[in-house]
Ligand binder design. Structure first.
Ligand code: AMP
Length: 172
C-alpha cells in the first residue's frame, strides 16, 4: 500500500458529527503528484478489462470516477442524491445510522451487458455502494469491480459486497 498516499489524507475528528473520523481526501487531491499516482494506480487494474463505464457516487466519487474513466477511455455515469438528475431515474434506498437515504441514476445510463466499475472515495459500512450495486443490477450492467480510494477496514463494508470484487488502494 502506498504509505505516502495514506499519510497525505487528512483526518478530521467529529465531522460531520461527533464520533466520526472523517477521511478528508482534499489534501491528496490538491497535491499533483499524489493525485496522479492515485489515478494511475487505480486505473492500472482495469487496463485491458474492457470497462465501458465508470459509475461515480456523489460527490467525491465523481472526481475519482471521472479520472479513472478518462484513463480507461470509458464513459462516466453519475449516481446522485434524490432530485438532482434531470431525466427519468431509478432510485435505491439504503439505511443510515439514523433513518434512510436514497440515490438515483438515469434510467438510460447503462445498457444491459455493459461492463461497469463503481468508484468512490471511501468504503465505510458498505451501505452506499450496496444501493448502487442494486441499481446497476436492475439495469443489467456487469460489475467488474467496486473501486475505492480508501477503506475503513474496521467497519467491514466489504462483507456486504458478496457478489463482486472489491478493491481499495489505501486501507485504514
Ligand atoms: P458507507 O455507506 O457507510 O460505506 O459510506 C460511504 C460513503 O460515505 C462514501 O460516499 C464516503 O464518501 C462517505 N463516508 C463514510 N464514512 C466516511 C468517513 N469516515 N470519511 C469520509 N467519508 C466517509
Amino acid at each position: 500500500m502506498p504509505e505516502s498516499l495514506k499519510n497525505i489524507i487528512r483526518d478530521v475528528p467529529d465531522f460531520p458529527k461527533k464520533g466520526i473520523l472523517f477521511k478528508d481526501i482534499t489534501t491528496l487531491l490538491k497535491d499533483p503528484v499524489s493525485f496522479q499516482r492515485t489515478v494511475d494506480l487505480m486505473s492500472h487494474r482495469y487496463v485491458g478489462k474492457h470497462v465501458d463505464v465508470v459509475v461515480g457516487i456523489e460527490a467525491r466519487g465523481f472526481i475519482v470516477g471521472a479520472a479513472l474513466a478518462y484513463k480507461l477511455g470509458a464513459g462516466v455515469i453519475l449516481v446522485r442524491k434524490p432530485g438532482k438528475l434531470p431525466h427519468k431515474t431509478h432510485k435505491a434506498s439504503y439505511k443510515l445510522e439514523y433513518g434512510e437515504d436514497s440515490l438515483e441514476i438515469h434510467q438510460d445510463a447503462i445498457s444491459p451487458g455493459q461492463n461497469v466499475v463503481i468508484a468512490d472515495d471511501v468504503l465505510a459500512t458498505g451501505g452506499t455502494v450496496s444501493a448502487v450495486i442494486s441499481l446497476i443490477e436492475k439495469m443489467g450492467g456487469q460489475i467488474t469491480e467496486c473501486a475505492f480510494l480508501s477503506e475503513l477496514e474496521s467497519l467491514h463494508g466489504r462483507n456486504k459486497i458478496k457478489d463482486y470484487p472489491v478493491f481499495s488502494l489505501i486501507k485504514f
